[in-house]
Structure formats: C-alpha cells, structure tokens
Write a protein that binds this ligand. Structure first.
Ligand SMILES: [Zn+2]
Ligand SMILES: [Zn+2]
Ligand SMILES: [Zn+2]
Length: 347
C-alpha cells in the first residue's frame, strides 16, 4: 500500500460533497444556472452498507415535488435573510487557468481592482481546490456581485451555495399513498419561513427473493425550505408534524472509496477495498488474512462501516447538516487522526 495514501483526506476537497448538497437542495435551478459535475446516484449495492436515499431509487414522479420557480430562478439572497451572505467563486472549468488553484489573496486583489466593496474583513476563504467563499456584509451586495463584470474578465463564476439560502427538514409519518404535490399543497406553517421549494420522499432499500435490490417508499419526506430558517412544525389536515433537521447521508464511492459521491459520478481511479492497490476490489483475490483498509490501515475492508473513517465522515455530515457549511469547513473541525489506530477490529 502507498503509505501516504491513508493520510490524505478521503474526499478531494469536498467538491463532490457540495455536489451532493446541491442534489439535495436546488437541483433544478442548478441545472440551469451552471454546468453541473454530475450527480447520478448509483443503485449499486455497497458491501455491508445501504445507501438510504439515492434519487435514482425513486419509484415514480409522485415521490418528488418541485416548486415551479425552481425552473427559472438563479439563487439570490432575500432581503429577509439574516446572513451570512456568502458567495462561492470558482474558475470556469474550460478557462486556461482552470487547473491552477485559485488563491484567496489573488481574488481579493481582483475585488479591490474591480471596486467591489462590502466584503467582510478576512471574508475570503478557501473552500475547495478551485473554490473560494466570499462573505459580504449585506444581501444586496452579495446579489449584485453575482453579475459583476470582473467575473467575466477573469473567467470566474460566482454562485450562492444552496445550503446558505435553503434549509432541509425531515418530516415523518406522511402516508405512502400521498403524492408529494398533494402533501405540499396541504401544508401550512408559521409566517417568516420561506416556501417549500422541493419535497422528496425517502426510499428504503430491500432485497427481493431473488437477491436483486428494490426500493420501497417510506413515510419520511425531505422538505427544502427557501430561506435560512426551518419551521419547527408544519400543519396538514388538522394535525401537526415535527420538522427535524435533515441529516445528510454518508455515502462512499465503491470505485475510489472516497466519500461524498457514488461510483457513477466518480472521476478518480479505482482503489481496491481489500488491499488498497490501484485496481477494483471486486476482482482482487488477496486472502482474507491480508486484507488491509486503505483509509485507516485496520484489518478490515475499506467499505466496512466499523472503520473509524466512516464514523468521522458521519460526524462531518452532521456538522454540515446542522451548521450549513461546506465539506471543507466541516472536515477542518474533524481532523484525520494521525496515525489511525492500528488496533482496529480483525475481520
Ligand atoms: Zn469515486
Ligand atoms: Zn486488491
Ligand atoms: Zn478502515
């Protein structure tokens, strides 16, 4: 095994994770506003692990509802939003410097040159290899920056991350025979919270008698609320339903074993979940006593949910869900233990 491999974060800077968050949030508007990196979630089974809610597992269109405005609007802050007013800036993918990392101080100089004001002091942060976060002091300043001429001049694009202007809530107990449109139209909640932009019923993975996977609708629904607050309760048909903060799922790519995307969206080379070398684990014939996890060096498969790295990824997703921050900001709060314990359970 490459000794350095385990010290690298299992996700390359969080780009894939942001992709996942956008999948959860403003997918339709993202389709229109910018080029997407691909978010096909695989229905391929992972060893010993179940992906709880890939969109590809949806049984029918009635399992998803999208507000019509999702089809036309690019994301902007509302005057009622209380901040932070963050805009993400990245290089346009096919620009000459797209492979070179974008540094905060260089972008800061572009902003000064372009006369952009209302940027907070120390407000530019790196949140990905080719992605910077710029914090403005007002909603208007952030919105105006989205179409500033300096972006074109320097081949940059700016967008408001969906997790900054929407909140994901989970409600349980929604009868499985209701369509999402029917349900959303019946809901009411306190004023001051934004409208429901999207509703998506979660599915549960089961095995048919012949071993093939199938997806069954559950009574749990993920609601995307516009704005920066989540109502505590919603009302429908003379009853109330508690709205919990939706915990983003932890998913692992079966091909490269990194977290935050699945095989169909993978842009990396294969790594073996049995021995850690550069080949697919499905065809690796290493004897079980020589199995070693490339994430933590423990004596288990790199897809084993008892791996401490899987726990760390779950903690990162919890921080992302509860604090509405990017993967990079969340993972900075959960550094990789160095070295990982070598006393992990034997398989
Ligand atoms: Zn991958
Ligand atoms: Zn192998
Ligand atoms: Zn491990």
């Amino acid at each position: 095994m490459d000794g350095d491999e385990r010290l690298k974060p299992p996700d390359k800077g969080g780009g894939e994770c942001e992709c996942l968050m956008e999948t959860e949030g403003f997918k339709a508007s993202a389709d229109i506003c910018r080029k997407r990196t691909g978010d096909n979630l695989s229905s391929e089974p992972l060893p010993k692990r179940t992906i709880t809610d890939p969109e590809s597992g949806l049984g029918s269109e009635s399992n998803i509802y999208k507000h019509p405005s999702l089809e036309v609007n690019c994301r902007k802050y509302d005057v009622d939003d209380f901040g932070p007013f963050i805009v993400h800036v990245s290089r346009i993918a096919d620009s000459p410097n797209s492979g070179v990392s974008l540094k905060p101080i260089r972008l800061g100089a572009f902003l000064v040159e372009g006369g952009v004001q209302s940027v907070k002091k120390d407000g530019i942060k790196q949140v990905g290899r080719n992605r910077l976060s710029v914090e403005f002091s007002s909603a208007t300043a952030a919105n105006e920056f989205l179409s500033h001429e300096l972006l074109n001049k320097h081949k940059l694009k700016a967008e408001i991350p969906s997790y900054n202007i929407s909140r994901l809530g989970l409600v349980r107990g929604v009868p499985t025979d209701w369509s999402m449109e029917e349900f959303v139209n019946a809901t009411e909640y306190k004023e001051g919270h934004g409208k429901i932009m999207k509703a998506r019923r979660l599915n549960r993975k089961i095995r048919r008698d012949d071993g093939s996977p199938a997806w069954l609708p559950t009574q749990s629904v993920v609601l995307t609320f516009e704005g920066q607050s989540l109502p505590k309760k919603i009302y429908a048909f003379y009853t109330s339903l508690v709205v919990e903060v939706y915990q983003l799922p932890t998913i692992q790519c079966r091909k490269c074993l990194r977290f935050g995307h699945v095989q169909n969206a993978c842009r990396s080379n294969a790594r073996c979940y049995k021995c850690g070398q550069a080949h697919s684990g499905d065809t690796c014939n290493i004897p079980s006593e020589r199995v070693r996890c490339l994430l933590c060096t423990g004596r288990h498969l790199a897809t084993d949910p008892t791996c401490p790295e899987f726990d760390r990824q779950k903690r990162i997703k919890k921080i992302m869900s509860e604090n509405c921050v990017s993967y990079m900001e969340a993972s900075a709060q959960e550094p990789v233990p160095n070295p990982y314990s070598r006393t992990s359970p034997e398989i």
